[in-house]
Design a protein around this ligand. Sequence first.
Ligand code: SAM
Length: 291
Amino acid sequence: MRFEIITIFPGFFAGIFEHGIVRRAQAEGLVGIGLHDLRAFTHDRHRTVDDRPFGGGEGMVLKPEPLAEALTSLGIEAKRDEKQVRFAQDDTRKVNETRVVMLSAQGRRFTQAVARDLAGLERVVLICGRYEGVDERINELYCDMELSIGDYVLSGGELAAAVVLDSTMRLIPGVLGNEASGEFESFGAHDASITAGEAGVPRSQHGSGGLLDYPHYTRPAEFRGRTAPEVLLNGDHQQIRRWRREQQLRKTLANRPDLLEHALLSDEDRRTIDGIQSAQVPKSRPVPPNS
Ligand code: SAM
């Protein structure tokens, strides 16, 4: 899979992609990253990429021409009209597997599910905005989607591009050591029915089914008076799986109860949730007698 990043700060990414899994995935030829300096597509002495907004107001806006030129250099043409879907379902050309993404606070929320969709593509082009944003006609004419990495405003799309790239590329088959690793993490898609001992599946793990991950512990068994949970030390994989599932449910209930709505839950999970919730119901205080 290949990522193309269009940015006015290509140097921003130096270091980010030179460590850990992203570096290894590139070295092994599983992921390619192209960094494209937007200023290389300007034609004036000052290499101007921005201009004042029509209608007045604060800040500057990234001009459309250099971006259009940068996209054309990647073989991406404008849609003929706003409603045209550039990549029709039955279009089997390789270009069909390219998606152009505008990073924007106004975009739809980037989630693990979106990362999974992107990971199945041949190529993802990420456009990093700056200043007040990008001339909207680039979005209309060239982009397949606008993605926001969260409900806050960044100074530029570079951090967002790095987030999208990192989380997407680790879902590409072969990038993580164990093919199924992504399923065991928070937001994993696989349901809870991964059975113990299936090929490549550690016996004490569980597909997260859209829940948050369970807490992890390592040596030493005791740290500052706190002991790692006994159940993790006894080697009983059935018990460990059960404990981990309960912890996933507890974490999700505590931090992201919204995820439960779409999570894949077994009857046992539902009983566990009922148990956790009923244990949390505050005991009603005795009414003090009238004095
Ligand atoms: N005027 C814009 C608004 O209020 O939505 C904010 C522009 S922001 C200062 C500059 C650039 O940062 C944007 O064009 C976009 O590329 C990027 N950006 C900011 N917040 C983002 C977010 N939550 N997700 C993705 N990209 C973001």
